[in-house]
Design a protein around this ligand. Structure first.
Ligand code: SF4
Length: 324
């Protein structure tokens, strides 16, 4: 089954100037510092960046697992940032999360049946024989043996545990799933299987994904569009093919130049951009462009003012003074 074409005007989510700050003693940690983007119905939006860039915090804030400090999260026309916990409850069913570490996110004392069934119970979706039937149906959907519903998480491999996490997320029939580094903790040999499963489920159920990862090659494979984050800000966003073939932001260029190419001839001759220094602290980011302390193309104006987020080509956004 092929993926349905994406309607570019059908935004399932619209994120406007979203900020999430944490107060640590007297300091403010700006984990997400004013990001704006849309997620189209049925698409996979990949979000990449080094650890600590704010990508996971952005995903959790969009799901309102964290209260946003500022900004709007518009989901099917409703601004979630203004809703109370009780108003959010029916919407929580529609927005789910798959976690990085499938073992840590599954209660080791519960059977797989109860882990998946808990989601059905919370939202009153099925009971008695129907509940059991639904749990078995969900296990089949993620290619696990329905007869194994009475087993415990430790009886499964890492890849199978991630399938259980996916079945739990699907139990409530969500529209949108934040996949937070769902394959990073898995062996390379099973990573592709989990990605393929996510793609098949998307086609079958019309799901929309935000796929967070630091592995740029896997993100390219699964994503329709990719956004790149650095120190709490989105620096570039474009269709996957375009971002990989013509990256504009110096940070994206550096990240892409670090991906190994399987052809030894090309690999030997290509230029690698090595970034100097560490990522600065999000409690004390540099003035102006926050990438300037590591940017090989930094200019005097980069210290004076933050670059604007600008659509420089259709559907290709970048924040850099080279394009302002
Ligand atoms: Fe580099 Fe300046 Fe562009 Fe920032 S704004 S990425 S420092 S060139």
């Amino acid at each position: 089954m092929a993926k349905k074409p994406i309607d570019q005007n059908d935004n399932l989510l619209e994120i406007r100037d979203l900020k999430k700050y944490f107060q640590i003693g007297e300091n403010t940690l700006k984990a997400v510092d004013g990001v704006s983007f849309t997620i189209k119905r049925g698409e996979t939006l990949g979000i990449v960046g080094e650890s600590g860039c704010g990508k996971s915090t952005a995903g959790r804030t969009i799901l309102k697992l964290y209260d946003p400090t500022e900004g709007q999260i518009i989901f099917e026309g409703k601004d979630l940032s203004k809703l109370s916990n009780s108003e959010m409850k029916p919407l929580r069913r529609e927005m789910q999360m798959i976690f990085q570490d499938p073992y840590a996110s599954l209660n080791p004392r519960m059977t797989v049946g109860d882990i998946i069934g808990e989601a059905l119970d919370i939202h009153g979706l099925a009971s008695g024989a129907k509940r059991k039937e639904r749990i078995q149906e969900l296990l089949s959907l993620v290619s696990l043996n329905p007869e194994h519903m009475n087993r415990f998480p430790h009886e499964f491999s890492g890849g199978q545990r991630q399938r259980i996490g996916i079945a739990r997320a699907l139990a409530v029939e969500p529209k949108f799933i934040v996949c937070d580094e769902p394959i990073s903790a898995l062996d390379v040999s099973v990573q592709a299987q989990v990605v393929n499963l996510l793609e098949q489920l998307q086609e079958k159920m019309g799901l929309t994904y935000m796929f967070i990862a630091h592995d740029l090659s896997m993100v390219k494979y699964i994503s329709d569009r990719v956004g790149v984050m650095y120190l709490g800000k989105m620096v570039e966003l474009a269709e996957s093919d375009k971002l990989y073939s013509k990256p504009l932001h110096p940070y994206t260029q550096a990240l892409l130049s670090a991906i190994p190419i399987p052809d030894p001839e090309i690999e030997r001759n290509r230029e690698r951009i090595v970034l100097e220094g560490d990522v600065p602290s999000p409690m004390n980011p540099p003035s102006g462009c926050n990438f300037r302390t590591r940017c090989p193309k930094a200019m005097p104006e980069c210290a004076a003012a933050a670059p604007q987020w600008k659509e420089v080509e259709p559907n290709h956004f970048v924040a850099c003074h080279l394009y302002n």
